[in-house]
Design a protein around this ligand. Structure first.
Ligand SMILES: *Cc1c(COP(=O)(O)O)cnc(C)c1O
Length: 366
């Protein structure tokens, strides 16, 4: 007997999103921080979780205000932009933040716009919130042409524009002038348009690359999302957050599930934020390892996109599937993403990057 489930037609035949989780020695495929939490951080997390555990019969602090205050304090230190806790929103990963944004501002008859190649989760948030999805194109060098970006906003009149900076999978950051042009164009959209700058990798940006946080004061329709998954090495804890006007944050509060952020998650995030100093030293060494990787790939005659993130997109490979498989056979897992012929490698420890380089030399005959 066949079972008839009323699955939404647009979900029929789809499988869940996700990169392969394989058990190999060198994992360079999902842009994680390769350094596990320090012993001091693990201790602090354990103590904080024990305290939270004593109150787990109660629902968590629904507004997570102490965490949002700590996040505001962190952003002030990191980017010099001081915001009240009411301008910060936190959720289970920035993926959930993004879903909240589309639940609040997207929906049937509305459009979300981004520029491909970009983060492969965006069309899924759009689909899940019944929001129309439009992917305009980036230029050949993966930059965003301000004139064409403005034209795309005018043409599609989106309710939401999703702009990762640095972009995944290319590593390309947005110049402030381009963002300002898009923000102006968004103001002209009838009914309004929220511009979301996804700064999941912001801590890895190179000297002189601005953060969109600096534009918040003058742009109440701007939202900047961040995550603790990458620079903080906390991917397993699922904490993402957003900085925006109180109007935007108030709208997100309406669509969130009650008690969406567990007491344990809040305790873990606050513990990690107390270790910002040592975590940011790690970020500095990952940035230099990234720059060394870009230089090495170019020395070997490959193209490598300038990166403001903790990964590098490289190519052009005549058969990227074969190179990916060859690396995997040597215990190195990278990501098949981006245009045909390109692969993305996350920045690991120096030893992991040596393994990557040695394997690539063998596989691609560099
Ligand atoms: C990794 C990543 C995120 C982070 O997602 P979390 O849900 O916070 O782990 C967000 N945006 C982009 C573009 C990413 O690559």
């Amino acid at each position: 007997m066949s079972l008839d489930l009323p699955l939404r037609p647009e979900l029929r035949g789809l499988s869940p999103y996700g990169a392969p989780q394989l058990d190999v020695p060198v994992l360079l495929n999902v842009n994680e921080n390769p350094y596990p939490p320090s012993a001091a951080l693990v201790d602090d997390v354990a103590t904080s979780v024990a305290q939270a555990a004593a109150g787990l019969n109660r629902y968590p602090d629904r507004d997570a205000l102490p965490l949002r205050e700590d996040l505001a304090e962190y952003l002030a230190r990191e980017s010099g932009v001081r915001l009240p806790a009411g301008c910060i929103w936190a959720a289970n990963g920035s993926n959930e933040v993004m879903l909240h944004l589309l639940q609040a501002f997207g929906g049937p008859g509305r459009t979300a716009l981004s520029f491909a190649p970009t983060y492969s989760m965006y069309p899924e948030y759009a689909r899940d919130t019944c929001t129309d999805w439009v992917a305009a194109r980036r230029e050949e060098d993966f930059s965003l042409d301000p004139g064409r970006a403005v034209a795309a906003v005018a043409e599609h009149a989106p309710a939401v524009v999703l702009l990762p900076s640095p972009n995944n999978p290319t590593g390309t950051a947005l110049p402030a002038s381009t963002l300002l042009a898009v923000l102006d164009a968004a103001r002209q959209v009838p009914g309004g348009c929220v511009v979301v700058v996804d700064e999941a990798y912001a801590e890895f940006r190179r000297e002189g690359t601005p953060s969109a946080l600096e534009l918040l004061e003058d742009h109440p329709h701007l939202a900047v999302s961040r995550t603790m998954s990458k620079a903080f090495g906390l991917a397993g804890a699922r904490v993402g957050y957003l900085a925006a006007s109180t109007e935007v944050v108030d709208a997100l509060q309406v669509v969130r599930l009650p008690y969406h952020l567990s007491a344990v998650t809040q305790a873990v995030a606050r513990a990690a934020l107390r270790h910002t100093g040592s975590l940011m030293e790690q970020v500095a060494s990952l940035r230099s390892e990234r720059d060394r990787t870009v230089a090495w790939l170019r020395d070997r005659g490959l193209q490598a996109v300038d990166s403001d993130a903790n990964f590098v997109l490289f190519g052009v490979l005549p058969d990227r599937v074969a190179v990916w498989q060859g690396l995997l056979d040597r215990g190195v897992l990278v990501r098949q993403t981006g245009p045909e012929g390109w692969l993305r490698v996350s920045i690991g420890t120096p030893a992991e990057m040596t393994a990557f380089r040695e394997a690539l030399v063998e596989v691609a005959g560099l």
